[in-house]
Ligand binder design. Structure first.
Ligand code: G4P
Length: 528
């Protein structure tokens, strides 16, 4: 097998989806522990605190108890290379999460045993559905009392419309938690507290018949377990790899992330069965990861990841070929050939310079404002990857500067932060206002905070009479010019210089669209 195939096939690129508080951060930390990416997993608090120390604007996360950033973590496990793309948890940062989900090959859903399927999980699941992303499920917090496991499987099937195939099954719960049974191997993993910072899972018995097991959990519990397993096997679906890969069935695991329990069976199963890099659709053809020519797309841009360097990083998912430091690639949207030097890889929390990277890997390109979300880089072919979602801003605010001398910094800050895709920045043709569009209210707070922290600009956001925005295209140049003249008061340019109609009301938009039938009013700026 060629090096290219070998490297490609051992990649596993995924994201964790969950409702806030289900345990995504904790599980991430334990997975990194197994991957040897961190020597000893500290407490969630410890890790969060360490993160704050490295990036001061994340103080906002701490104040609000939310995670506003996504990062990429790579670690080796059992001969595979795992890429875990972290997703921000708060609802207002949904767009970012959705785009991350376009860059993965599978997902891991974390569910709180007591809360079951929650609202945000439902939404994220819908996104995975759009691309039939294979999903594994981890039911967390088994060290606490929760819903009956059977009931939970039923809830997942009913609410999320996906078949469940339990791979592990809990022995007890809460105070009575004794372990999990692996339904495919028959192994029994005992639950022993105090193991939360070590790599090994607990004591493992080869099967339910091991006489030692009865001693450990008691005859009654063992008898009950046997009855329950019979019921489970009758009532649930056996693991069917094809159904999993098609996104129709989810293998289910039980455990307690904080106690590092049940995580190893999950990770072992994951690296064995989760898909290697999958083909990606473009406007012209499907790109296979096995192809030797390089291609990839940008799914996320983040400004000022490292306050020391004030840099902006474009995250590119490699879809085919191999990245090598110093190689040349076509930036398809601009038609320019660029040198991809000094890209970053993301080994756990440290950013390193990548020498080489393969399909499924994510590299970070230094961005000086020329790269946008959705951009494709290729070996020369004009490819446009499809399916990277765009979001129409629904809320608009005018930026108000406390110190008018800082206008330049304000413009720069708004433009750079909007490159990340969570907000959109508009400059009206007829005024000196700076208008910001966002999908969620919290984003204005985040932008105000970051303007101050990263650009030294004290700004606030106040209401503005804009109900919705439409990108204006099409028609003849003459028609467009005529439109521009007649509607100048409602027109603005976005950060990329494209013409946008800022409608004061929905009715106004309706009337304007009827008056100008030759023009196209797009709700989002097309990325590709
Ligand atoms: P998130 O990223 O999905 O938002 O969840 P996170 O991992 O931050 O976990 C949310 C809370 O749930 C944390 O408690 C965490 O310790 C707890 N937790 C995670 N896994 C388990 C588990 O298996 N069992 C139990 N009982 N709790 C778990 P917290 O109170 O917010 O923080 P902390 O004070 O415990 O650090």
């Amino acid at each position: 097998m060629s090096e290219h195939l070998r490297e490609t096939h051992r990649r596993r690129t995924f994201a964790i989806i969950s409702h806030p508080d289900a345990g995504k951060t904790t599980l991430t930390e334990k997975l990194l522990l197994f991957g040897g990416a961190i020597q000893m997993a500290g407490s969630v608090k410890g890790r969060k605190a360490a993160r704050h120390a490295t990036s001061d604007w994340m103080a906002l996360e701490k104040e609000r108890g939310i995670s506003v950033t996504s990062s990429v973590m790579q670690f080796p496990y059992e001969g595979r290379i795992v890429n875990l793309l972290d997703t921000p948890g708060h609802a207002d940062f949904g767009e970012d999460t959705y785009r991350v989900l376009t860059a993965v090959d599978s997902a891991l859903m974390v569910i709180d045993v007591a809360k079951g399927v929650e609202e945000r999980t439902i939404k994220l699941m819908e996104v995975c559905r759009m691309r039939d992303t294979p999903i594994m499920t981890f039911i967390n917090k088994l060290d606490r009392e929760g819903k009956e496991p059977i009931e939970l499987l039923d809830e997942i099937e009913r609410v999320l419309g996906i078949q469940c195939a339990p791979v592990t099954w809990p022995i007890g719960m809460g105070q009575r938690l004794k372990g999990v049974v692996h339904l495919l191997s028959g192994e029994v993993h005992l639950y022993e507290s105090g193991r939360n910072f070590t790599r090994q899972d607990s004591t493992i018995f080869a099967s339910l018949d091991d006489p030692e097991l009865e001693k450990r959990i008691g005859a009654q519990m063992l008898a009950d377990l046997r009855d329950e397993l019979e019921l489970v096997q009758g009532a649930s679906h056996p693991f069917d790899k094809a159904a999993y890969l098609a996104g129709r069935q989810t293998p289910v695991f039980f455990g307690s992330a904080v106690n590092n329990f049940g995580v190893q069976p999950l990770l072992d199963f994951f690296v064995e069965h989760a898909p290697a890099p999958r083909p990606r659709a473009t406007t012209t053809r499907e790109v296979m990861p096995e192809e030797e020519n390089f291609s990839g797309f940008v799914f996320k841009i983040q400004a000022n990841m490292d306050p020391q360097h004030r840099d902006r990083v474009a995250f590119l998912r490699i879809c085919s070929g191999r990245y090598e430091s110093g190689m040349k690639a076509l930036h398809v949207r601009t038609g320019k050939e660029v040198k991809l030097a000094n890209a970053l890889t993301f080994m756990a929390s440290d950013r390193e310079i990548a020498e080489a990277a393969w399909p499924g890997d994510v590299i970070g390109l230094h961005n000086h404002g020329t790269i946008s979300i959705g951009d494709t880089f290729s070996a020369g072919e004009p490819l446009f990857f499809t399916g990277i979602p765009n979001f129409a801003p629904e809320l608009f605010r005018r930026a108000r500067l406390r110190d008018p001398l800082k206008l330049k910094q304000l413009q720069k800050g708004l433009a750079q932060l909007s490159e990340e895709g969570a907000t959109q920045f508009f400059r009206p043709l007829m005024s000196n206002d700076l208008v910001l569009g966002a999908v969620g209210m919290l984003q204005f707070d985040v932008v105000a905070y970051r303007l101050k922290d990263e650009y030294g600009v004290d700004a606030s956001f106040e209401p503005v009479q804009v109900a919705t925005a439409r990108w204006v295209k099409g028609g003849t140049p003459k028609k467009l010019e005529e439109f521009r003249e007649k509607n100048a008061t409602n027109l603005a340019l976005d950060a990329a210089g494209q013409l946008v109609y800022l409608a004061p009301t929905r009715v106004n938009l309706q009337l304007t669209m009827e008056r100008w039938p030759d023009l196209e009013f797009a709700a989002t700026r097309e990325h590709a």
